[in-house]
Design a protein around this ligand. Structure first.
Ligand SMILES: Cc1cc2nc3c(=O)[nH]c(=O)nc-3n(C[C@H](O)[C@H](O)[C@H](O)COP(=O)(O)OP(=O)(O)OC[C@H]3O[C@@H](n4cnc5c(N)ncnc54)[C@H](O)[C@@H]3O)c2cc1C
Length: 304
């Protein structure tokens, strides 16, 4: 019998599993989806605490994940890079926003907030994370959606990292979807990220990776359709091109649409009996991941 079953193979489940493993636990991961079909694989995956509150836990998780991704970028972990970012300020800020205070080089200048931030190419990164887990002795099992009771029968400690599915799995009606749409295009040579959160035409962001660039986006609370929307995709490309003219005429590779697992009151990261809940990270699951994983691992020590 494993020490811990982690239900969920997205960024929250995999980072939690890795931290538990690093503390000596024998971990099994149960996932209903291939990692490439999780919401995590859709993420633009820039470190940025989208729609989070200035809550001490969020601040701590975000700062910790920032440090970890910066360390991983430095160590050459596949898929992790650092981008200088220009955030357009539609109204002036008197001081750095709360989340930027943990970033060493964040400055307000020329009507912009400028800072360095990790950016993650998720398909590459999730595959690397899985390989680290498997090399460390973890078992990953692809299975039909399971109940927490079934997981509890298989290990003394269970981590519930099921994202949006937690709404049904543990009856948490505070969990709701926020639809997000990004477009991938050829990178015309960009190396700097640009965000224009309050663009009157709609949320706009440009995140160059290697040979492609992520163009975003949408943040649609309560919408749960992931059907393709070519009109919306064209509008995203237009908005991004207006902010970054180098994008004019770039070849579009396709769209990715996913449902962010949001939760009123913020992420739930706490133990209930022998179950450690870790879900509801909304638009900031990557940004908070390694910080939350440390908390999950501490709960694991406490329950063992
Ligand atoms: C368009 C878009 C852009 C985004 N951009 C960013 C960004 O730039 N930065 C950022 O930080 N975040 C971003 N996000 C948000 C981020 O993707 C999410 O917060 C994160 O992926 C949530 O991860 P998760 O592991 O909780 O959920 P998921 O990735 O959804 O994983 C849930 C896992 O649980 C499994 N599961 C569910 N129910 C069961 C069950 N009953 N039995 C077994 N397994 C089950 C699933 O199979 C899956 O493996 C973005 C999201 C979208 C859609």
């Amino acid at each position: 019998m494993a020490d811990v079953v982690v239900v969920g193979g997205g960024i929250i489940g995999l980072t939690a599993a890795r931290r538990l493993q690093q503390r000596g636990a024998d971990v099994t991961i149960w996932t209903a989806h291939d990692v490439r079909d999780t919401v995590s694989s859709v993420a633009a995956a820039v470190w940025y605490p989208t729609h989070t509150d200035d809550d001490p836990r969020v601040r701590r998780w975000a700062a910790s994940a920032y440090r970890e991704f910066m360390r991983q970028a430095d160590a050459g972990v596949p898929g992790v890079m650092v981008r200088h970012t220009r955030m357009v300020l539609r109204s002036p800020l008197a001081a750095l926003p709360w989340w930027a205070r943990s970033i060493g080089d964040a400055v307000l200048a020329g009507g912009e907030l400028r800072f360095s931030a990790p950016l993650v190419e998720m398909d590459t990164y999730l595959a690397w994370l899985l390989s680290q887990l498997v090399d460390g002795g973890a078992t990953v099992v692809r299975r039909r959606p399971v109940s927490l009771a079934a997981a509890s029968a298989a290990a003394p400690i269970v981590v519930n990292a099921t994202g949006l599915a937690a709404r049904e799995l543990c009856g948490d009606t505070a969990v709701y979807p926020v639809r997000g749409h990004i477009v991938l295009a050829d990178n015309p040579g960009l190396v700097e990220s640009v965000r224009d959160e309050d663009n009157p035409a709609g949320l706009t962001y440009v995140h160059p990776r290697g040979d492609d660039v992520v163009l975003g986006g949408t943040f649609e609370e309560g919408l749960s359709s992931v059907a393709p929307d070519p009109v919306e995709a064209a509008a995203i490309v237009r908005r991004c091109g207006a902010v970054v003219p180098e994008l004019s005429g770039v070849r579009v590779r396709g769209s990715r649409i996913g449902l962010r697992p949001a939760r009123r009151g913020g992420p739930r990261v706490e133990a209930e009996g022998q179950v450690i809940h870790a879900y509801g990270h909304g638009g900031a699951g990557v940004t908070l991941s390694w910080g939350c994983a440390d908390d999950v691992a501490s709960w694991g020590d406490h329950l063992a």
